[in-house]
Ligand binder design. Structure first.
Ligand code: ZN
Length: 146
């Protein structure tokens, strides 16, 4: 998975794993697909049940996503100046984008490549967890019994 020469994942052969509580609320599952130590990038797919959300975070680098199913409110959603994505939808989030509310009003799924870590913060802006390729790799390996 951290091999720089190439990678392939048969996604339907990988089981969904609970995404760590504290970084999300509600039923969020993920599959880590690739990490890239040389660039700090990592790619995952997320299964987010209706009513789930991600905890407040800042993207330390830009990211691109493909919402394959459902609906996602980013940065408060389009009614609050952010974006509301409807599947099939593509989005780009800039370096330093702060996401106070990333919410899923219906069962949704999205694929995303992150360039650099996510800085999960509390309401005062203090870091709760800095989640980069190494942290997701270690968490994923642990979930796979390794
Ligand atoms: Zn975000």
């Amino acid at each position: 998975m951290a091999d720089v020469t190439g990678d392939y994942v048969q996604m339907d052969n990988v089981d969904w794993v609970d995404f760590p509580q504290g970084l999300c609320q509600g039923d969020v599952k993920w599959k880590l697909l690739h990490v890239s130590p040389e660039s700090g990038a990592w790619t995952a797919i997320f299964d987010c049940k209706a009513g789930s959300s991600f905890a407040k975070h800042i993207h330390m680098g830009p990211g691109e996503y493909f919402l394959t199913k459902g609906k996602m409110h980013v940065r408060g959603g389009s009614e609050e100046g952010g974006a509301t994505a409807f599947a099939p939808g593509y989005g780009y989030e800039a370096c330093n984008a702060q996401h106070d509310h990333t919410e899923f009003p219906e069962d949704s799924e999205f694929y995303m490549t992150f360039l650099g870590p996510l800085n999960f913060i509390d309401d005062d802006g203090n870091t709760i967890a800095l989640v980069g390729w190494r942290q997701v790799y270690d968490a994923w390996q642990a979930s796979q019994g390794g």
